[in-house]
Design a protein around this ligand. Structure first.
Ligand code: AGV
Ligand code: CA
Length: 330
């Protein structure tokens, strides 16, 4: 019996965890759905460098970025970090409440860093012809199951679930950067009351649909990311590591942090980090729903009839920084 278990463990690549209940197949197949901001690309870089996960596809929404530079930056980062055969698919919805144009333009600046400037995509990580929602629906109709890391609005996933509801069963869990549960939001354009976080504000119905879909959700809201500001000091410590990943990512981060010195956080990077090590955050299971109309649209509220969501309510800045330095520095 023991031998059989050992054989199963070796054959399936399962770690020798304490009890059968804690056995998790590794590496986990991951799809990243991102929206092309610098910290999305930093989160993607962490996942690409981790042996615990295998990034299979990246889907993009033109939300906190424009589609062409976001796609090119994604291709170049996949190439530079040694990825092969990762498919890239583009979404085309900018959301009900588009992101500020100034932020979207700024994020194309990532293409100007020394490590990426002038490069052309290799073709090893192809942009597929089908759009993001169809690509998600197709990948999630195969035999495998995937973990999704969502670092932008939930539009692509909501569209995929609408196209093909049966894909639910192939999603192990979605790690979502979004929402502001017990803290104020960060979306404060005219016509909004400032209670919503931008990823949920951009397409409130998509956020509501995915949270209510029954798929297991791990949420990293502003409650947790507010605890992990990203500083130039951190970028310097990253830059002190000689690896290609550390050099590339430090170059990407510096101008972004410098532009928003007091309001730049490990938003998406924290979301990727908790997949690799849930111990960097503090957790509560909360019942949540998303407001879809009016001045508070996109707001996350606690409600007795809401969906039970695993929520990061705090995070340990030192642990998060150490995780990134270790993974990207090697
Ligand atoms: O609300 C956080 C989300 C994350 O997915 N994004 C940025 C991260 O990629 C929106 C956002 C909030 N404040 C911003 C944002 C800012 N000052 N610049 C650009 N994007
Ligand atoms: Ca993002």
């Amino acid at each position: 019996m023991r031998l059989l278990l050992l054989v199963a463990v070796l054959a399936l690549g399962l770690p020798m965890a304490a009890g059968a209940a804690t056995l998790v197949p590794r590496p986990t197949d991951v799809i990243v759905d991102e929206d092309g901001a610098v910290d999305d690309l930093f989160a993607l870089s962490l996942l690409l460098k981790s042996d615990a996960v295998r990034v299979r596809a990246v889907t993009i929404s033109p939300a906190d970025s424009y589609l062409a530079p976001a796609t090119l930056a994604t291709q170049l980062i996949l190439d530079r970090l040694g990825a092969r055969g990762v498919s890239i698919a583009q979404g085309h919805s900018e959301g009900l409440n588009p992101f500020p144009a100034a932020w979207r333009r700024d994020h194309a600046g990532v293409l100007d860093v020394a490590a990426l400037k002038g490069l052309r995509p290799s073709g090893r990580n192809p942009v597929v012809a089908e759009d993001a929602a169809h690509h998600l629906a197709r990948l999630l109709s195969g035999p495998g199951t995937y973990t999704i890391v969502e670092t932008g609005p939930l539009t692509n996933i909501a569209d995929a679930l609408r196209l093909k509801p049966a894909i639910r069963a192939h999603i192990r869990r979605i790690y979502v950067m979004g929402g502001a549960v017990r803290v104020k939001g960060n979306a404060e354009p005219p016509g909004a009351d400032g209670s919503a976080e931008w990823n949920f504000y951009n397409q409130p119905r998509a956020a509501a649909a995915v949270l209510g879909s029954g798929v297991p959700i791990t949420l990293v809201p502003l409650d947790a990311s507010n605890r992990v500001p990203m500083t130039l000091g951190f970028a310097d410590r990253l830059a002190a590591r000689p690896s290609a990943a550390a050099q590339l990512t430090a170059q990407m981060l510096r101008p972004a942090i410098a532009e928003y010195p007091d309001e730049y956080y490990f938003w998406d990077p924290l979301t990727a980090a908790v997949l690799l090590d849930p111990g960097v955050a503090t957790w509560k299971t909360l019942r949540l729903r998303v407001v879809t109309q009016g001045l508070s649209q996109g707001r996350t509220v606690e409600a007795a009839d809401g969906a039970a969501v695993q929520v990061a309510v705090d995070a340990d800045r030192a642990k998060v920084e150490a995780l990134f330095l270790a993974a990207l520095g090697r």
